[in-house]
Design a protein around this ligand. Structure first.
Ligand code: LLP
Length: 433
């Protein structure tokens, strides 16, 4: 992917930096982010996601990968930012990210989170359910501040993706169903509210979606509803945000459409719908996470042991595992891997790449291939770990979270320091027995 290639020494290099050297300097496990790939992906998306019928805006979904340095990049590229917790919001605030480009999500935002968001003056809060309206109204009244909101709509589209990462359907925990009887009342209430500026609709149908038709189906439902809203209540919305969820390549057999094609398709359809319904909305927004950072990330591990089981399964043990990448255990995710100085060695065998944590399910790759010559001390690179790996990492088994380095033009910069043993005990209190 991106700037990854085999260099003159026969080693994997990313961003012009030899991964064998990276490991010497930063140790393993290590998350390596190809900065140029992130930047060129954003540029391609911005180029494709434009229309002369309405404004467009791309918001980066921080849950995929967030750090203060990453936020500087997102800011420099003039993207908006989607946050889902007080923690993500605070990180953005501390990084100096412009608050008037932040959207807050969540199906159960706490009063503290809502207060923080309203105090910071963020661009919009995406209302997930009716209870939230009371909360926002109360805070706004107390602070004497008006807040812009979108309403998250569940259009009832069941996308073909893993059950855990579907977010739409009639039993979803997210959003207000388009089929809910009182949706009109909710919208009227928001539209007439002196403390709330009702700006429009949001929807997000799931993640790692390959068939772009699902996005179009969701948009179609939204537009039909907007048409009804305009005709029956005379309400014209400003914004339609259709969320993220664009699928990326992980392993052989995955064949995602290039993101720029998916986005142009969405623009074409939205323009057609706009012509058909004449809604008069002003802004179309998307919120991609994985498709911005997924392919840019590679995790480097050191091989610590190889076990041939009596049952005929061969394990290659690495010095990380589900604490730095829980996606295989959680979603049966599949990855590809190679040994960084043996990428051209085609004499491979079947292996299972397993971590060092105390769980049989601590697997990164269940059915993988590595060279027969793989041995202790080798460095294994697992690709496409840029999204939902660092952000879902944990200290299970008191593992220390790895460092994250950004590489570009032959230089490596630390984005997140490696945790230390003392970080692990920082919040522990020894109390009297
Ligand atoms: N907007 C909303 C409201 C979302 O809930 C999400 C993802 C996104 C945008 C960004 O979706 P993306 O473009 O990254 O697919 N941990 C799972 C993925 C969970 C996605 C949650 N929401 C995984 O590792 O596959």
């Amino acid at each position: 992917f991106g700037t990854s290639k085999v260099n003159e020494k026969g080693n994997l290099s990313i961003g012009g930096v030899d991964t064998a050297e990276l490991v010497k300097e930063f140790k393993t496990p290590l998350y390596v982010m190809d900065q140029e790939l992130i930047e060129t992906t954003i540029d391609k998306m911005k180029e494709a996601f434009q229309s002369n019928r309405f404004d467009t805006q791309i918001a980066y979904a921080g849950k995929a990968f967030l750090s203060m340095g990453m936020l500087k990049l997102v800011d420099a590229k003039e993207l908006d930012l989607d946050v889902v917790s007080g923690g993500e919001l605070y990180t953005a605030y501390k990084a100096g990210f412009p608050m008037d480009r932040v959207h807050l999500h969540g199906n159960n935002k706490t009063m503290e989170e809502l207060e923080m968001a309203i105090e910071f003056g963020i661009k919009e809060i995406v209302i997930d359910n009716e209870d939230e309206i009371d909360k926002i109204e109360k805070i706004c009244r107390e602070k004497g501040k008006k807040q812009a909101v979108l309403v998250r709509i569940d259009p009832g589209i069941e996308a073909h993706t893993h059950h855990y990462i579907k977010t739409s359907g009639l039993t979803s925990k997210f959003g207000i169903s388009l089929f809910q009887d009182n949706l009109f009342d909710i919208i009227k209430r928001l539209n007439d509210n002196e403390w709330i500026e009702f700006k429009g609709f949001h929807t997000h149908i799931g993640s790692q979606i390959f068939q772009s038709a699902f996005f179009i189906f969701a948009l179609d439902e939204i537009f039909k509803y907007l048409d009804k809203l305009k005709k029956e209540l005379g309400i014209v919305v400003h914004t339609v945000n259709m969320g993220g969820g664009f699928g990326v390549y992980y392993k052989e057999g995955d064949d995602p459409k290039p993101i720029e094609e998916v986005l142009s398709e969405i623009i074409t359809y939205t323009e057609a719908m706009e012509i058909k319904y004449q809604i008069g909305f002003k802004e179309l927004c998307i919120e991609p996470g994985r498709s911005i950072v997924g392919n840019a990330g590679t995790t480097l591990y050191e091989v610590g042991g190889i076990k041939e089981t009596v049952g005929g399964k061969t394990y290659v043990f690495i010095d990380g595992g589900m604490s730095d990448n829980i996606r295989t255990a959680l979603y049966q995710a599949e990855y590809e891997a190679g040994v960084v100085n043996k990428l051209s060695d085609t004499d491979v065998r079947d292996i299972t790449l397993a971590g060092k944590l105390c769980e049989s399910g601590d697997i990164i790759i269940e059915k993988g291939k590595l060279p027969k010559s793989t041995e202790i001390g080798d460095i294994v690179a697992v690709t496409t770990t840029g999204a939902y790996c660092y952000t879902m990492s944990s200290n299970y088994n008191r593992m220390m979270r790895p460092a994250v380095v950004f590489v570009k033009d032959g230089k490596a910069k630390v984005a997140v320091k490696r945790e230390t043993l003392d970080d692990l005990i920082r919040n522990d209190e020894i109390f009297e027995l």
